[in-house]
Design a protein. Structure first.
Length: 209
């Protein structure tokens, strides 16, 4: 998975966007996703234990492709790579963040929400980007319109996508996967209800028509 030349976008139809509050939840959570057929985690840098969670998954669950999300600064990108992240995702981008992401040894999906931002990302060498926040920024109608002017760019839309709306995104030619937090509900993680997470992961196999 994610060998040289491989694309983050082609790993799984739904990339789990994960928030971890307790480092000890990281490995069982990642293993549950993998057991459900989703061996990928975008671990967001939104809690104090996020880097530790990335480190633990990289060390103890090597069958899972661990990435870091919510990267907004070059320093966070460096720290995530150092912790073992194999891909990086940002919610948005600046020219300096794009340049930094492009200089790293792991692939990145920079965040975009407008045509100008997609063009800026492409200028920096990225033809695969995140579309965030997808539902709030125009959803499938936006992506359909972008396909006619920038047909060479592929997207991972995230933000507000649900199991009900995911199939309409995944049916678009310029969408390879979607991201979502619904695979790892806070209450399931807090209760250690890994069976529920296995089931939610397994259900994503049905979403690509
Ligand atoms: C992200 O960073 O991609 C979003 O927080 C995921 O959005 P969702 O929680 O609406 O799925």
């Amino acid at each position: 998975l994610l060998g040289s030349g491989g694309s983050v976008l082609d790993l799984v139809p739904v990339v789990p966007v994960v928030v971890v509050d307790r480092a000890e939840d990281a490995v069982p959570l990642a293993r549950a996703l993998a057991a459900g057929g989703v061996p990928v985690v975008e671990l967001t840098l939104r809690t104090p234990v996020a880097l530790e969670a990335i480190r633990l998954i990289a060390a103890e669950a090597p069958e899972v492709v661990i990435g870091a999300g919510t990267i907004t600064t070059p320093a966070q990108a460096d720290a995530a790579v150092e912790a073992g992240a194999r891909f990086l995702v940002s919610p948005g981008a600046t020219p300096s963040l794009l340049a930094h992401l492009g200089s790293l040894p792991v692939p990145s999906l920079p965040g975009t929400a407008t045509v100008s931002e997609v063009i800026a990302a492409r200028e920096a060498g990225f033809t695969e980007v995140k579309f965030f926040p997808a539902e709030a920024s125009g959803g499938t109608a936006y992506l359909g319109a972008v396909a006619s002017v920038l047909p060479d760019v592929r997207f991972c839309p995230t933000g507000g996508i649900t199991p009900a709306s995911a199939p309409s995104y995944l049916a678009l030619p310029n969408v390879a996967c979607v991201g979502g937090s619904w695979l790892t509900p806070k209450d399931a993680v807090a209760a250690g209800d890994w069976d529920r997470i296995i089931a939610l992961a397994a259900a994503t196999a049905e979403l690509r028509g």
